[in-house]
Write a protein that binds this ligand. Sequence first.
Ligand SMILES: Nc1nc2c(ncn2[C@@H]2O[C@H](COP(=O)(O)OP(=O)(O)OP(=O)(O)O)[C@@H](O)[C@H]2O)c(=O)[nH]1
Length: 214
Amino acid sequence: MAQVGGPPQAGAAPDQPRVSKLVLLGSGSVGKSSLALRFVKQDFKSILPTVGCAFFTKVVDLGASSLKLEIWDTAGQEKYHSVCHLYYRGANAALLVYDITQKDSFHKAQQWLGDLEKEFPPGEIVVMLVGNKTDLEEEQEVPFQEGKEFADSKNLLFMETSAKLNHRVSEVFRTVAQELLQRAEDKRSHSPQGAPAVTLDQGPAARQGKCCTR
Ligand SMILES: Nc1nc2c(ncn2[C@@H]2O[C@H](COP(=O)(O)OP(=O)(O)OP(=O)(O)O)[C@@H](O)[C@H]2O)c(=O)[nH]1
């Protein structure tokens, strides 16, 4: 579990990086907090179950541009499920995390997607399916191909990670950040006056090929 933080800032000054809200969803113990901790603090340790929601921020430097991610780490335990939709309101991106050694957690991630689909029109937010704990490959219950096929069928980005071994963790967040910036850029270039866009509403299909490897 991470520390519960205060409310995030609503926006950023013109010289500040664009701010996007990313929410981590998935069953208890799949490694949501560990992924956030690894990405934000380059750390991995035994952590207690999240209560309610924990909050992190990190500026992702993508060379020519950067993006500030507000990372909302939700509690996966069933008893908190009813409050979780409060956290993903206003999200620009979601990571649907499952544990590759727990088939149930893969099914649960699919249910979370159903919840997101009720909240957001198709393609409005960037969604990545993340199969965590690849270091436990010998116990794998959800093959890579099964995760990828599901992600493809739903037009989601997809990666497998190990928060423990720091395998592909930063790639997950950087890919989502890149996608958010790309969509904002696409939106801006398609708007009649070239005005900066606020709504992010294009699907990731065209760009997802680059991030479907272990
Ligand atoms: N082997 C292995 N263990 C991991 C990995 N990621 C997390 N864990 C362990 O899995 C357990 C649960 O991790 P958390 O990060 O608390 O999981 P969570 O999804 O945030 O859990 P909730 O807060 O209950 O929703 C902890 O004991 C972690 O150390 C991983 O990549 N590999």
